[in-house]
Design a protein around this ligand. Sequence first.
Ligand code: F6P
Length: 360
Amino acid sequence: MTRRIGILTGGGDAPGLNAVIRGFTRRAVREFGWQVVGIFDSFNGLILEPRRTQRLKDDEVRKILAWGGTILGTTNRGDPFDFPLPEGRQDLSSHLAQVLAEEKIEGLVVIGGDGTQKIALRLMQERGIPVVGVPKTIDNDLSGTDLTFGFQSAVCVATEALDRLHTTAESHERVMVLEVMGRDTGHIALHAGLSGAADVILIPEIPYDPARVAAKIQRRQRKGRCYSIVVVAEGALPAEPDGRPVAEADRSRRLRAGGGAAQILMAALEGRVDAEMRATVLGHLQRGGSPVPSDRLLATRFGAHAADLVAAGRWGRMVRIRDDHVDSIPLEQAAITRFVDPDSELVSVARQMLVELGSE
Ligand code: F6P
């Protein structure tokens, strides 16, 4: 009997999802002769009625390499173990296993971030559903892999925004604050900030002192550089008065109440900086649009390797790249966050380039 393998995308989208779908499908269909079943809107396509699936053949994936988004749709509101129904949350994971059996789908390729990979692992451990994971996040903050697709595209968008902010900042002699994505980690901020010649880069891993940021802006002004460019990750916050980071439990509340990282910074600089300030929140522009070539390449390699794992029966593993070699790790190790290391070479280079990071 022809093997039938399902594929789905879960969580927030990232440029390169379609390239993974194409990479997997092409290899699965052409090389291994399987049927590939695309499942729409993450696990929801199997859980909700009518079911939404589509057989993917070479024709369906032929043109999608450079497309942004995901042809399968995605959501971060469809955990089968805690599924939101009008009558309340329910565990529909056994139902999902039954639907897979009815559809004769042998296993799933799950493309998603840490949340989705955690669900995939539970489905395998608790419901016996064979899964292979493909990591996805524009934040590039999964410790199991050196790189995730979507990151380079997001850095490109943020860097281009910085290039544009430079010219308008200089014309008006303003302080321009660019808020980029990165709720927990500052990889996008650091990479884009360095590539876009930011004067200040603030990341969640280094709680900042607003006085240091103000001092940097003033130093520039004294040298006749009457404008400054500040990049702030959406999860970056000032240190508490005693210098400690804001407690984890308090972080999101603080960010929401303050109107976001850029607003909190601008409020903290008010009265300390003699210049007009403007904030730009880049938001989902960083996730949209066509993937850059390096993301297309990485996503294609990930998709092809996912097919190899299925072919070898190596379920329960997640594809990753390490030292430019694509292989896999157990799914158990998938969801560990990789923070920016304040002692890393990249952070030192930022300091060598006289970038202010808000702390010693
Ligand atoms: O996890 C990726 C990410 O880009 C985060 O940096 C950001 O906080 C989040 O997605 C935004 O997600 P949503 O689409 O739910 O607003």
